[in-house]
Design a protein around this ligand. Structure first.
Ligand SMILES: CC(C)(COP(=O)(O)OP(=O)(O)OC[C@H]1O[C@@H](n2cnc3c(N)ncnc32)[C@H](O)[C@@H]1OP(=O)(O)O)[C@@H](O)C(=O)NCCC(=O)NCCS
Length: 168
């Protein structure tokens, strides 16, 4: 089955929220506690798009099976060439190459936008995501210990970085 990548449309928000809410409820991949509403997601993505950041979706037979985006890493001006990205794939579609296509597309877009570096902030329990990013040349540059608290335990954030000039 062919995986297609295209820009996000507002009509994708419902499918995207279903993916996000799965990870909010069942994992430490995202540090939210409360389920997201479609309206909240529409507002979040509208703001990112207004700032010129890309949001992309992966589809199989016109169904959204994953999405990815990047936006500012931190808000001070000198960070303007650095972005933090996120990629999420429907849990029952893992391991089919969808995440890889999404992340490669984000890297290509970041290069086109003349950005300098991409950052992934990954929960330390999410080793599969750390491995996934290593395949693209992301390196672990730091761990912020006990930076999150979810499911009654402290969580550690792994910071991974890709310098785009060194990316394939
Ligand atoms: C991390 C994630 C995006 C990977 O997407 P995916 O579509 O499952 O990954 P792919 O099929 O493209 O696999 C890419 C590689 O990563 C590995 N991999 C990483 N996570 C995997 C998983 N959960 N299941 C299977 N393989 C996985 C595979 O071995 C594969 O390598 P290979 O091609 O050499 O075999 C996906 O597991 C996910 O949505 N996880 C939850 C959310 C999350 O952690 N997002 C990242 C935060 S930035």
């Amino acid at each position: 089955m062919e995986i297609k990548i295209r820009p996000y449309k507002a009509s994708d928000a419902k499918s995207i929220v279903a993916i996000l809410n799965y990870y909010i409820l069942n994992s430490t991949a995202i540090y939210d506690y409360d389920l997201r509403t479609v309206d909240q997601q529409l507002t979040i993505f509208k703001e990112k798009r207004t700032k010129g950041f890309p949001i992309i979706v992966a589809t199989i037979e016109n169904h959204v099976v994953g999405f990815g985006y990047y936006s500012e890493f931190r808000f001070r001006e000198a960070y303007k060439f650095t972005v933090e990205h996120s990629v999420y794939v429907l849990p029952n579609e893992h391991g089919k190459g969808i995440g890889k296509i999404l992340l490669q597309s984000l890297i290509d877009l970041a290069k086109k936008q003349k950005l300098h570096t991409m950052i992934a902030v990954i929960d330390s329990e999410n080793q599969s995501s750390v491995n996934f990013h290593e395949q693209f040349g992301f390196e672990t540059v730091g761990i912020i210990k006990e930076s999150g608290f979810k499911f009654d335990r402290w969580l550690h954030s792994v910071l991974m970085q890709l310098l785009l000039e060194q990316a394939t």
